[in-house]
Design a protein around this ligand. Structure first.
Ligand code: ZN
Length: 89
């Protein structure tokens, strides 16, 4: 998984517009000692970097926290609706 440095789009390897090292103007766009980009964003053309596993876990955790933040009365309603739909077969 890769993430665009500019628009935060999450991309798969086959979605990248240009793939390292075939990135136009690469030497002017990266800093010495910086992270090596994986390619170019197909949406905005900015450099795309690999997402570290720890960042993927953090993003998933954040998504789970957001789900948990849904008021329980809504969640209960959803479960009730699902149960009713299942009961009706
Ligand atoms: Zn982008």
């Amino acid at each position: 998984m890769f993430k665009c440095d500019n628009c935060d789009r999450v991309l798969k390897a086959d979605e990248l517009k240009c793939v390292f090292p075939d990135i136009p103007g690469l030497t002017e766009r990266i800093e010495p000692g910086g992270t090596v980009p994986a390619g170019e964003c197909p949406a905005c053309g900015a450099l795309v970097y690999p997402i570290k596993e720890s960042e993927v876990v953090a993003a998933l955790k954040h998504a789970c926290e957001r789900l948990n933040a849904i008021p329980h009365r809504y969640a209960d309603t959803d479960f009730a609706l699902i149960r009713r739909a299942l009961a009706q077969g």
